[in-house]
Design a protein around this ligand. Structure first.
Ligand code: C2E
Ligand code: MG
Length: 620
């Protein structure tokens, strides 16, 4: 290959001179004017540059101001904002966020938020965090947090994903809204729907729900549970006579005592009115039911003091056990109810376990009840009259009206066969009013027929005595029949007068003011206190037939009657001995100064026709 010939020095110099010449030529071509323009242009650029710098500074200031404004807004916003990383550590938060937790903000950064979340809700929080980081859309969740001071708040979380301060990694930015009040309100509404307003006990619906859960568990686990059905004895009387305010307070106190008498695992519920249910679960031994049942009945033994009044309350309770007494909820309820009625029939203040023979009797009861309710319409009730006479003169001055039931299948029934039952089913006042009306109408007839000295004495049940409109009703009957109140006596059982004295006094006084005579019936049957004699406008004491029956053999009874007669005479009361069957009894009564008598020795209770004849005969 031929080597390139190097250029000589003269050629190089020539080329350099040529370039210099060209540049000189170019410089010469820029005129002075151009130079001036150039200088001007440079100046303008400088100004523009300065202006731009100024604008930039201003923009930076504004950015700074807006950044601090944003920081203020963020910090003082009422909503709590928190930023969590994927592990749930708090990376950033505003003041509200720290306030929500009740902790200084500086102490919270990089701390796990879950320590503030209520244990049961920690999984919910973790799932919320996961979902937020996974999705683009806003996630909403609810959790409860425990603040540093221990209080628990319900919080709604609204979260979105966000880039971290360094732009790397994904964060969860959350607005936490305190919804405690709303939750409490919702809870209160839910509670109200499931609880009895008066006693705050679970209501019937909630009880059924708990029972259904228990039943399902018991079926699976072959467990046992018991349903208790309680009905308060005589509560309606107290409620009617003392007013609902006292009745309500009494129910509240009963609820409280019931709650205390069972275990935490048991449920006490108010069914309505004066009826309660108890569900006993966790029963290792059947004997445990007896222990609890006794405790429940005993919880009533202390008197209840309500608004300064003292009340003795008791309950009748029926018990049905799963699985022995029924496999369904309905069967459990029905059988506990039936057993309760049996406890009530036995006089209350006790409990009864269900057994299958009860079922048959309860069907009889239902039939009997519908019969009795129809008895009035079907004119099956009749009034008999038993004469009361003056011992010395043997003159009949009065008669006691005694009801009977001419039953189409069972024949003539004495009052003991149906009066207690009528009291229980609340039908007694209808019967009493009918008897009163019938007796007044009948005696009005006899008065018109010339027997105007005859008085009639009518039994009043406790229920009727407590009726607020009792006086008007009796006045109405007297008006309707045209019978003179001064010839009417009403008999109030001693036990009733004693037990409900405070509530019945106003009614009794009003009756006496109308001219109606007040008698204390069944006198001497157990009540040792005679305080009520001073408080009530009584005219007559009816010594009970059980007392008269005992006088031949029982010297103590004799002493009692003697003292009572003595006292009655001093108080200017009439004393009548009921149930006189023998001459000896009569002799004794005469010896102690008792003036009047009523009994088989002289006459049994008679149907009206016979009584009419009997009187007419004696008169003639
Ligand atoms: P009571 O008021 O003590 O009535 C007296 C009872 O003694 C009557 O029973 C009467 O037949 C009975 N008796 C009278 N003398 C003798 C006697 O010498 N020997 C015997 N063994 N008994 C005698 P009765 O008619 O069976 O009435 C029972 C109870 O039923 C009454 O007892 C009264 O508490 C109640 N009763 C009757 N009628 C009515 C009524 O219309 N309304 C209400 N609320 N109760 C009534
Ligand atoms: Mg009587």
């Amino acid at each position: 290959m031929m080597k390139k010939k190097p250029k000589d020095l003269a050629t190089l110099r020539h080329k350099a001179e040529e370039r210099l010449q060209q540049q000189t030529q170019r410089l010469k071509s820029i005129s002075l004017l151009d130079m001036q323009d150039l200088a001007h242009e440079l100046g303008t650029h400088q100004i523009e540059l300065e202006m731009q710098n100024e604008e930039l500074r201003r923009a930076q200031d504004e950015l700074e101001a807006s950044r601090s404004r944003y920081a203020d807004l963020y910090d003082f916003a009422p909503t709590s904002y928190l930023t969590f990383d994927k592990d749930g550590l708090i990376r950033e938060m505003n003041l509200s966020g720290a306030g929500l937790l009740g902790v200084d903000r500086r102490l919270l950064i990089n701390k796990p938020f879950s320590v503030f979340v209520v244990k049961d809700d920690r999984d919910t929080f973790r799932a919320h965090l996961r979902e937020t980081l996974k999705r683009e859309t806003r996630q909403i969740g609810e959790i409860r947090i425990r603040r540093k001071d221990g209080s628990v708040l319900s919080v709604q979380l609204q979260s979105i994903t966000a880039k971290g301060p360094e732009g790397n990694g994904t964060f969860c930015r959350t607005a936490a809204i305190d919804i405690t009040e709303r939750k409490q309100m919702e809870e209160a509404i839910r509670h109200e729907a499931h609880h009895d307003m008066l006693t705050d006990l679970p209501n019937r619906q909630l009880f059924m729900k708990i029972l259904s859960i228990e039943l399902a568990q018991a079926q699976r686990g072959k467990k046992r549970f018991a349903v208790l059905f309680l009905d308060l004895d005589r509560f309606k009387q107290i409620n009617d006579t003392m007013g609902h305010d006292i009745g309500d307070k009494l129910l509240r106190e009963v609820a409280e005592r019931l709650r205390r008498s069972v275990r935490a695992s048991d449920t006490v519920s108010r069914r309505g009115g004066d009826e309660f249910n108890i569900l006993l679960t966790e029963i290792p031994h059947a004997d445990d039911i007896i222990t609890i049942a006794k405790k429940v009945v005993d919880s009533f033994s202390e008197p209840y003091v309500i608004s300064g009044h003292e009340f003795n309350m008791s309950t009748s309770m029926g018990i049905s056990i799963y699985p022995e007494d029924g496999k369904t909820m309905e069967a459990q309820f029905k059988n506990a109810d039936i057993a309760m009625y049996h406890a009530k029939e036995q006089g209350g203040n006790s409990y009864r376990f269900y057994n299958t023979t009860m079922n048959i009797r309860s069907i009889e009861r239902i039939r009997f009840e519908s019969w009795l309710r129809q008895a009035l319409d079907r004119a099956e009730l009749v009034v008999y009259y038993q004469p009361q006479l003056t011992i010395d003169t043997r003159q009949v001055n009065c008669a006691e009206a005694l009801v009977r039931w001419r039953h189409p299948e069972l024949g003539m029934l004495d009052p003991v066969r149906f009066i207690p039952f009528a009291e229980e089913i609340g039908f007694i006042t209808a019967i009493d009013e009918w008897v009163l009306k019938t007796a007044c109408a009948q005696f009005k007839e006899w008065h018109n027929a010339g027997l105007s000295h005859l008085r009639v004495s009518v039994n009043l049940s406790a229920k009727q005595l407590q009726k607020s409109d009792l006086v008007e009703r009796i006045a109405g009957i007297l008006r309707e029949t045209g019978f003179d109140p001064h010839h009417l006596d009403v008999e109030i059982a001693e036990s009733v007068a004693m037990r409900t004295l405070e509530q019945t006094i106003p009614n009794i006084i009003k009756l006496a003011e109308m001219g109606v005579g007040i008698s204390i019936d069944n006198f001497g049957t157990g009540y040792s206190s005679t305080d009520y004699l001073k408080k009530l406008p009584i005219q007559k004491l009816n010594i009970d037939k059980s007392v008269i029956n005992d006088i031949a053999t029982d010297s103590y009874r004799r002493a009692i009657i003697s003292a009572a007669t003595d006292m009655a005479q001093k108080m200017k009361l009439r004393v009548i001995a009921v149930g006189v069957e023998t001459e000896e009894q009569l002799e004794f009564l005469r010896s102690i100064g008792c003036q009047e008598m009523q009994g088989f020795l002289f006459s049994r209770p008679l149907p009206s026709e016979e009584f009419g004849k009997f009187i007419a005969l004696r008169k003639g």
